[in-house]
Design a protein around this ligand. Sequence first.
Ligand SMILES: NC(=O)c1ccc[n+]([C@@H]2O[C@H](COP(=O)([O-])OP(=O)(O)OC[C@H]3O[C@@H](n4cnc5c(N)ncnc54)[C@H](OP(=O)(O)O)[C@@H]3O)[C@@H](O)[C@H]2O)c1
Length: 433
Amino acid sequence: MSASEASRESALAGAAGAGAFSVGLLGFGTVGSAFAALLQERAPQIEAITGRRPVLTGALTRSSGSFHEILDGAEAIVELIGGIEPAREYVLAALASGRHVITANKQLLSQHGEELFDAARRAGVQLRFEAAVAGVVPVIRVLCESLAGAHVERIHGIVNGTTNFVLSEMAGGSSYEQALAEAQRRGFAEADPSEDVSGKDAAAKMAILARLAFGTPVHLDQVSYEGIEHLQTDDLQYARELGLGLKLVGAAERRDGGLSVRVHPAFLYSGHPLASVNGPYNAVTVESQAITEITMSGPGAGGPQTASAVLGDLVSVMLPPAAGGDRHGAPRGLGVSSPDPLPLVEDVESAFYIHMEVADRPGALATVAQVLGERGASIKSVVQHGLGDNARLVMVIHPLLESRLRDALLRISELDFLRSTPRAIRVIEEEFT
Ligand SMILES: NC(=O)c1ccc[n+]([C@@H]2O[C@H](COP(=O)([O-])OP(=O)(O)OC[C@H]3O[C@@H](n4cnc5c(N)ncnc54)[C@H](OP(=O)(O)O)[C@@H]3O)[C@@H](O)[C@H]2O)c1
């Protein structure tokens, strides 16, 4: 018997006695095995809080367990398989048969959220997924419960710990390749990190947050995302001279009467709450007129950390309604569409950092300023590095529509003194000092 099979057997050893709350677990990997261990360890405390002792009555892996037997013996199902199928089929079957479901599956929620919310509502059971976004940081609960009455204007999040670690290393002088290799060595990045570094993982999480904060269904396909693969160490160095730090930021915000949801690298001024979040951490800032700004931060991944968020959801579904539980689809408001869903908007204004390698000719800066000016952009700050053929112009421009910026960059790249394609990175201008 392998170590994983032995730990699964041991987690299932305690029979569900009278009054026990039976939990069926789908998936016994990094998070599933940590959840099983934590459940056993915390069962007495959970019994003290909820009046019932949670007991694991079945665990499914690829090679062991039967989904239907686990479902029959469980009051709640915890889905920690990941991916779309068979997770979707199992979650829908569990909801339809009246079981509460807890999942950490951001792919599933960002692509089939509406189907799952409808199934939970129809069956009058709870679907909870705190661990799907920002690991142990309780952002779902805060958005759906504490801030349920707030008119959220904007969410900014560092919701991928792998990329935040890589960018922190690059800020210290490492190249992208060195930083990624270090992340893999320390277990912060998977062998295939493409979902993380491309921004797709963060996009799935932003789709979920946007759905909850703005009551507007957002599918992963509707979130535009850019990753960190093309960033260069000198972008971070020049940015520091301009008083900026570089993060992979997810944004969901009201813009021009609609909702913009996107993920991209962004420079932040030091007064922004996300600017000081370094290493493999996650943080989410929520802005609303009534609350100004709140920021939550903490570990974004890891077996025990994620398992802790899953266990918090389990306690919530075990609580009787009078104690804060809700049999009719909780957290309250979760999955409820706004009566006025917002249209999704794509072309939004941003301030930009622009990096250009230029031959040091008289009038180069004036020509670039003219091209930008013709498209409505004005320069906020500019630094010139080097002389002669090694000169670089690094500038920050005031907010401009992204389509106009693209047009300006195309024109600038045709100028005869440009030595390579100009690079542009968005700048988030809010500061809360
Ligand atoms: N790892 C993290 O730090 C983290 C953080 C936040 C959220 N999450 C989310 O948590 C979920 C689980 O992640 P994880 O890292 O624990 O994954 P994992 O280590 O790959 O474990 C997946 C488990 O699911 C089982 N499984 C896979 N396909 C299956 C199938 N077709 N039928 C039955 N069982 C199947 C696997 O079985 P075998 O044991 O037989 O392979 C394994 O036990 C994912 O949704 C992930 O996005 C993870």
